[in-house]
Design a protein around this ligand. Structure first.
Ligand code: MF3
Ligand code: CO
Ligand code: CO
Length: 258
């Protein structure tokens, strides 16, 4: 059931890919997410997801430049040089598939090295986390691998601590939390065969600290206005190791330079 839900979610990401481009509003991408999902008989998990201030009002999260996560699609139109994360989650027959990618908008010469590097750092962080896990391992192996990668290859960038990956299945967010830095709890929690969870590192060009938009209660921005990038997959732990359930046909693959 999880393979099936995640396969659909990945297919949705491939469908969206050509539409995440200069001049598109984030709202127009959200409309495509909603239509494609319901046309296939499924539900967007983000729409109406409960929050402290208000339920999430759209069908996906779109987070541009200094937005770390949970950006609400709206009238902003994408510009050359923007980096934009599209985070989609579908409920298929009661089971959840969750993934995100950060897209670099515009031509190569329109994109700063900083924007490209932070996007690359989040992509490599995701795959460092995936490669670090094995049956029965501590959840903390993920955070250890990500912190080491960022320290060695992207010094100065911040790994977001406040927002974390999560167990996933017949509920969107469940235990265990999957932090992207090692924590006391993540050294206790273990990943056994049969468990599904996400890895979804958010990497900032400056401080890892963030601020929640007091008006909408959802949009999370970098405290210093720096850029932030994120990639996410849903993973199944098998007896042979991690299986990525949300692999796309057309997106970047492990080892790629974005
Ligand atoms: N997709 C996000 C995650 O990776 C959660 C978004 S919840 C929403 O966990 F309500 F903001 F949509
Ligand atoms: Co997500
Ligand atoms: Co998630």
């Amino acid at each position: 059931m999880m393979r099936n839900a995640c396969r659909f979610n990945a297919q949705l990401m491939d469908f969206l890919r050509p539409h995440v481009a200069v001049g598109r509003t984030t709202e127009s991408i959200d409309t495509l997410v909603h239509q494609y999902t319901v046309d296939h008989g499924h539900s967007p998990a983000c729409l109406g997801y409960p929050g402290e201030h208000q339920p999430f009002p759209k069908s996906c999260c779109i987070s541009v430049n200094d937005v770390i996560c949970h950006g609400i699609p709206g009238s902003y139109d994408l510009k050359p040089g923007d980096i934009v994360n599209v985070d989609i989650t579908t409920i298929v027959d009661g089971w959840y598939g969750d993934q995100s990618e950060t897209f670099i908008i515009g031509e190569e010469h329109q994109v700063t090295d900083l924007a490209r590097n932070v996007t690359q750092s989040a992509f490599e962080a995701l795959h460092a986390g995936i490669e670090a896990v094995y049956p029965g391992c501590q959840v903390a192996e993920i955070g250890k691998a990500i912190v080491a990668l960022v320290r060695d290859k992207f010094p100065g960038f911040g790994v977001v601590e406040k927002y974390v990956g999560h167990g996933i299945g017949a509920k969107f967010h469940q235990r265990p939390n999957i932090p992207h830095v090692p924590t006391r709890q993540s050294r206790q929690d273990r990943l056994y065969p049969g468990m599904c969870f996400t890895i979804e590192p958010m990497i900032n060009t400056g401080t890892e600290r963030s601020i929640l938009d007091p008006k909408d209660g959802w949009t999370v921005r970098t405290l210093d206005g720096g850029l932030s990038a994120q990639f996410e997959h849903t993973i199944l732990m098998t007896e042979d190791g991690a299986e990525i359930l949300t692999l796309t046909n057309d997106g970047p693959q492990a080892g790629d330079v974005i």
